[in-house]
Design a protein around this ligand. Structure first.
Ligand code: MCA
Ligand code: AMP
Length: 479
C-alpha cells in the first residue's frame, strides 16, 4: 500500500468513508492514494508538472500524485486564456501536463507539454520517500500590480504548517465533513479545501461550483459540518433563504479571500444560526489570521494569528501602531507557512520582505487590545479582488493595449454588491486604427485571459485623467 508523504500521515485502510467526493464521484482514502501513486509513478523525476485544475476528482488525484512523488506542481486554471497559460507554462518550466489537454490547445501552436492522462481507476502500490520539508510542493501563480502573474513557491513545510495552524484554530478533526465548491487552482479551494481535508482526515465534498443549492444539498445528503466560501458565495447563499437554512446543522461556516460585508455576516447568522468565522490570508502566506472556533465572531474582524504565525502592523517609519483598533498601518507577517519567493523574480522577492525578515502583505489593517485584526483594504488600487479572485490591473491593461485600436487603458475595481469589486476598464480608442466597441474589447480580453479577469464593463473615454507627471489618476476614475 502507498506510503503517503508526511503531509497526509498514514492511510487507515479500514476507513470505509469516502474521503473525497467531487460532484457525483468519490473515492475512499486507500483508493485515492493508490490512484495518486499511479500518477506518482508517471511523473516521478519531472522538474515541474502542470495540472489542468478543473473541479474534478482527477485534479485531486493528479495534485496528490505530484505531492507524493515530490514533484512541484503548478495548477493551471481550466479557463485560462492562451496568453496566460503560455506564460504559466513557460515561466514554471513544466515538462508534463496532467489531465485533459486544455480546450483549444490545437489552435495555440501546440505550446503545451506532454500530456499525461489521469485515470481514477488506476492503482499502484509503489511507495515514495517523504519529500524534503524545504522542497517546493507547488508553484501558485498570482497577480501583481503590473506585469504577468508571478509564481509563488510553496514548500511542503509551509503547507503542513499552514494547515496545522488552521486545524488547531478551528478544532477541525476527522469527525468533520468539509463542503465547498471553490476553484482548485488557488490556496482557498485547493490547499485549504482539499489538502486540508486530506491532512486532517475529514471527508471532503466538493460541489464543483459554489452554488447555494449545492451547499444545501451537501449539508443534507452528506452531513457537512464545515463550509468554505468567499464573500460572494455567502452573499448568494444569504439571498436564498431555503438553501441557507439547510446549513443550520453545520458546525463552522468560514468566509475568506476578501472582506465579508457586515450585512452578509448578519444575514447568514440570522438564517443559519451561525455567525461566520472570518479568516485572512494570501497566496504568498496561506492563511495567517483567523477567528478561532471558540473565539469571538465580530463582523468585519478576521481574528488572531494562527499558531506559528506572528503579525505586526507598522506605520510609515516601521514602528508598531497602537493596538487601539483604529490606527491603520501596514500588515506584516512571519511564520513557517509563508512562501519561499517568486520563481525567477529575485528583485520582487527581495522587495517583499523587510530587512528584519517580515513579509509585507500590502494590506492595510488595524489591531485591537485583544489582538483582533481588521483588514482595511489594499495599499495599492492596482490589485483588484473580484468574487474572491485577485486580479492585477496591469495584466488586464496589457491585454487591452494588445488590441490594435486601443491607445490607452486604465483598469480599476469599482464597488459591487455581489463581487465586492467589479473590473471596469476605461479605454481610449484610436478611430484611425479601426476603433473598437465595448463588447468587442471585453471579448478581446476574454480571448487571452481567464474569465474572471475580463472587465465586466468597458467605458470608452476621450482621455484618461493624468497628473503633472503623466501618471493616470485612478482615484479620479474610481470616484
Ligand atoms: C464571469 N462571467 C462573465 C464575466 N465574468 N461573463 C461576461 N463577462 C465577464 N466579465 C460569466 C461566468 O463565466 C459565468 O458563466 C457567469 O458569467 C456568472 O459569472 P459570475 O457571476 O462571476 O459567477 P460565477 O462564475 O459563478 O463566479 C462567482 C464565484 C467565483 C463563484 C464567487 O467568483 C469564484 O469561484 N470565486 C472564488 C475565487 C477564489 O477561490 N479565490 C481564492 C483565492 P457560466 O455560468 O456560463 O460559467 S486564494 C486567496 O484569496 C487567499 C489565500 C485566501 O484568503 O483565500
Ligand atoms: P490572493 O493572493 O488571491 O490570495 O489574495 C490575497 C488578498 O486577499 C489579501 O492580500 C487581502 O487583500 C485579501 N483578503 C484575503 N482574505 C481577506 C479577508 N478575510 N478580508 C479582507 N481581505 C482579504
Amino acid at each position: 500500500m502507498t506510503a503517503p508523504g508526511s503531509l497526509f500521515g498514514a492511510v487507515d485502510r479500514s476507513d470505509e468513508r469516502v474521503a473525497v467526493t467531487v460532484g457525483d464521484v468519490g473515492l475512499r482514502r486507500g483508493e485515492l492514494f493508490a490512484a495518486a501513486s499511479a500518477v506518482a509513478d508517471r511523473v516521478h523525476g519531472a522538474p515541474v508538472v502542470a495540472v489542468h485544475a478543473e473541479a474534478t476528482l482527477t485534479t485531486v488525484i493528479g495534485v496528490l500524485g505530484c505531492l507524493l512523488a515530490g514533484v512541484p506542481l503548478v495548477p493551471v486554471p481550466p479557463d485560462s486564456g492562451p496568453k496566460e497559460r503560455a506564460h504559466v507554462l513557460r515561466d514554471s518550466g513544466a515538462t508534463l501536463w496532467l489531465g485533459a489537454p486544455p480546450a483549444g490547445v490545437e489552435d495555440d501552436g501546440g505550446d503545451v507539454p506532454a500530456v499525461v492522462p489521469v485515470d481514477p481507476a488506476a492503482r499502484s502500490a509503489a511507495s515514495w520517500p517523504v519529500p524534503p520539508a524545504d522542497s517546493t510542493a507547488m508553484i501558485m501563480y498570482t497577480s501583481g500590480t503590473t506585469g504577468s502573474p508571478k509564481g509563488a513557491l510553496i514548500s511542503h513545510r509551509a503547507l503542513a504548517a499552514g494547515l496545522d495552524g488552521l486545524a488547531e484554530a478551528w478544532e477541525w478533526t476527522p469527525d468533520d465533513t468539509l463542503v465547498h465548491g471553490l476553484p482548485l487552482f488557488h490556496v482557498h479551494g485547493l490547499i485549504l479545501g482539499v489538502l486540508g481535508a486530506l491532512r486532517v482526515g475529514s471527508p471532503l465534498v466538493h460541489t464543483q461550483r459554489p452554488r447555494p443549492a449545492g451547499y444545501a444539498a451537501a449539508a443534507t445528503e452528506h452531513g457537512g459540518t464545515m463550509f468554505f466560501g468567499v464573500p460572494t458565495v455567502w452573499s448568494r447563499i444569504a439571498a436564498e433563504p431555503d438553501s441557507a437554512r439547510a446549513l443550520r446543522k453545520a458546525r463552522l461556516l468560514v468566509s475568506g479571500s476578501a472582506a465579508l460585508p457586515p450585512s452578509v455576516f448578519r444575514d447568514v447568522l440570522e438564517l443559519t444560526g451561525h455567525a461566520p468565522v472570518e479568516r485572512y490570508g494570501m497566496t504568498e502566506t496561506m492563511i495567517t489570521i483567523a477567528v478561532r472556533a471558540d473565539g469571538e465572531r465580530r463582523p468585519g474582524w478576521v481574528g488572531v494569528p494562527i499558531r506559528g504565525v506572528r503579525a505586526r502592523i507598522v506605520d510609515d517609519a516601521g514602528a508598531p501602531v497602537d493596538p487601539d483598533g483604529e490606527t491603520i498601518g501596514d500588515l506584516q507577517i512571519r511564520g513557517d507557512c509563508t512562501f519561499d519567493g517568486y520563481l525567477r523574480r529575485p528583485e520582487e522577492t527581495a522587495k517583499s520582505w523587510t530587512e528584519d525578515g517580515w513579509f509585507r502583505t500590502g494590506d492595510a489593517a488595524v489591531v485591537d487590545a485583544v489582538g483582533y485584526h481588521r483588514i482595511v483594504g489594499r495599499r495599492s488600487s492596482d490589485l483588484i479582488k473580484t468574487g474572491g479572485y485577485r486580479v492585477g490591473a496591469g495584466e488586464v491593461e496589457a491585454a487591452l493595449l494588445d488590441h490594435p485600436a486601443v491607445a490607452e487603458a486604465a483598469v480599476v475595481g469599482l464597488p459591487d454588491p455581489d463581487l465586492g469589486q467589479r473590473i471596469v476598464a476605461f479605454v481610449v480608442v484610436d478611430s484611425a486604427a479601426g476603433g473598437a466597441g465595448e463588447q468587442q474589447l471585453i471579448e478581446h480580453v476574454a480571448g487571452q485571459l481567464s474569465v474572471h479577469k475580463r472587465p465586466r464593463e468597458v467605458r470608452l473615454v476621450d482621455a484618461l485623467p493624468r497628473n503633472a507627471m503623466g501618471k493616470v489618476q485612478k482615484a479620479l476614475l474610481v470616484d
